[in-house]
Design a protein around this ligand. Structure first.
Ligand code: FAD
Length: 510
């Protein structure tokens, strides 16, 4: 077998999602030579994005090619990954929340582990939240969210008018004494067609400010080199440095080797610990035993209310409102403490429901869909060491990557927090006129975080407060893996703000 071709850069960034792009941005702006390696390919845009087959789990960008398996009550099941240029941002819902100030502190009802605490506070991240909101073009309306953290600058864009169905939900929530507010969204209102195929679909008209639309083209214009369809398989160590990064071209199967002064690993909270463990780097870190552990993914559910007539007859985009009145707890259940977020979610398209459900259910459930509108509840979950990603060396994929096994079970408290939010969501839907509601517990890893946490205690966290990997001088991790706790809001803006903070530190190192 011939030796792989080698290339050298100032920085190599693995993964083109939020953690990879926002860490790369300051380096690119500072004129460093940056190579970004991305497992997936570009998502082609066009009208097909709006059709049922555009839902990300039905596209080739949802890959089951590597041996990722998750433990379920029925045994081991294949777990897919969302791999494309821009990562899942291309298919995401665009909800762009900052963590609340208190999310950075220890909450005893969430964890009594002293390492389950952020080594930095909100004030340190605030300027980076502001910059990321600008870069991603976030639209929002400050001042209504009762838990809103302090801001040093307003949103750059205003939220578009409420859809009819969102007005109905707002009135229902107000009449219950709640304070609904606008979800800060990464959507360009001037381009948006206000369609209902947004969350879980790529945008055909580039109105969603995902990374492939909004950020990567500009970074390429400034000289960044992107290598799509390139699967990183190993970080090779020499002493206390990553000496090379091995990868395989997914199209040609050519073996590749890259060298970089700085290495930024941002392959997502499942793939990052997998790559670290597959490369044996746990053996050189004092905090190596936590790598892969403390996997969190929020305890989420979608509650759909059934209405006598279609509540969104106008077919408008309506992921617009959130409710944080129970974010820090529900007075009816004071012992539970922090709970999380309730936000609008659109009913999936009828055709998609029919395509995904077993035949016997497809027709009757498909017929109900037009009469539904929903609320997603996001409950903060507990970081527990038993929830983990581990390497399964018994299997290998065609790239030579060993398998990954994912074990995750929610705690009793996670379930209780979710149930409390679901009860409140049902009340709102009932007040809005729903006849009955259906709840679907979310089982995906779309909000996975926590598997390579940062912290001040070298034995209890694999990364220091600047996300440098302990034991390796030139390796940083910047994706959702770094979270010590999951907070109660969608994670992408916090991943992005933290990655931008780390990237800024790296410009002083480069
Ligand atoms: C349908 C959907 C809707 C969502 N909606 C929202 C929302 O509204 N708001 C929100 O805040 N969050 C949302 N999320 C979650 C959000 O997308 C994730 O939290 C976020 O993308 C995680 O960022 P990351 O940097 O940790 O990793 P990712 O964004 O997952 O990036 C990791 C990248 O690394 C690549 N990679 C993996 N392995 C390798 C390898 N071996 N070699 C090279 N590259 C590799 C992957 O292909 C991927 O592009 C949603 C997710 C999904 C799936």
């Amino acid at each position: 077998m011939s030796a792989p071709a080698e290339e050298e850069y100032d920085a190599i960034v693995i993964g083109s999602g939020f953690g990879g792009c926002l860490a790369a941005l300051p380096l690119v702006e500072a004129g460093a030579s940056v190579l970004m390696l991305e497992r997936g390919d570009w998502v082609v845009r066009g009208e097909h994005n709006w059709r049922e087959e555009g839902a990300f789990v039905l596209t080739p960008h949802y890959t089951t090619e590597s041996a990722y398996a998750r433990r379920t009550p029925m045994g081991w099941r294949q777990q897919g990954l969302c791999a494309c240029v821009g990562g899942p941002s291309v298919f995401y819902g665009g909800a762009s929340f900052r963590f609340r100030e208190a999310d950075f502190d220890t909450a005893p009802e969430i964890s009594t582990d002293p390492a389950a605490c952020w080594p930095l506070g909100y004030a340190e991240l605030e300027p980076f939240y502001g910059r990321v909101e600008k870069v991603l073009g976030i639209a929002g309306e400050p001042g209504v969210d009762p838990t809103e953290p302090a801001r040093s600058q307003p949103y750059g864009h205003r939220s578009p008018p409420l859809a009819t169905v969102a007005t109905r939900i707002a009135e229902a929530a107000n009449s219950l004494g709640l304070r609904p507010f606008r979800i800060p969204m990464a959507i360009d209102a001037a381009r948006c067609h206000s369609c209902t195929t947004c969350d879980a679909f790529a945008c055909a008209v580039s109105a969603k400010n995902d990374l492939a639309t909004r950020l990567i083209p500009g970074m390429l214009a400034r000289g960044m080199v992107l290598r799509p369809s390139t699967v990183v398989t190993r970080l090779g160590r020499s002493g206390s440095r990553v000496a090379f990064v091995d990868a395989v071209d997914a199209k040609t199967e050519a073996r590749l080797r890259f060298r970089g002064e700085l290495i930024v690993l941002a392959a997502g909270a499942l793939a990052t610990p997998h790559l670290l463990l597959a490369s044996g780097l746990q053996n050189v870190s004092p905090g190596g035993s936590v790598i892969g552990r403390y996997l969190m993914r929020h305890c989420n559910a979608m509650t759909y209310g059934f209405f006598r007539s279609p509540p969104n007859a106008e077919d408008e985009h309506h992921k617009q409102l959130a409710i944080h009145d129970f974010y820090f707890g529900d007075p009816r259940l004071p012992d539970l403490g922090k709970l999380g977020n309730i936000q609008q979610v659109m009913a999936p398209p009828t055709g998609l429901v029919r395509a995904l459900l077993p035949k016997a259910l497809a027709v009757p459930v498909g017929a109900l869909v037009a009469n539904l509108t929903g609320l997603l509840v996001i409950a903060e979950d507990q970081p527990r060491s038993v929830n983990r990603v581990e390497v399964d060396s018994a299997v290998k994929d065609r790239f030579g990557l060993p398998g990954a096994r994912i074990r995750h079970r929610y705690s009793r408290r996670d379930f209780a927090a979710r149930a409390a939010l679901v009860r409140r969501a049902r009340e709102i839907l009932r007040r809005a006129g729903s006849r009955f509601s259906l709840t679907w517990n979310v089982s995906t890893f779309s909000h996975a975080v926590g598997t390579v946490r940062m912290g001040n205690d070298a034995r209890a966290s694999a990364l220091d407060r600047d996300c440098r990997f302990r034991g390796i001088d030139n390796l940083w991790v910047t994706d959702g893996s770094v979270f010590p706790t999951s907070g109660g809001v969608n994670p992408s803006l916090t991943i992005a703000a933290n990655a931008l903070r780390v990237g800024t530190v790296l410009t002083r190192t480069a």
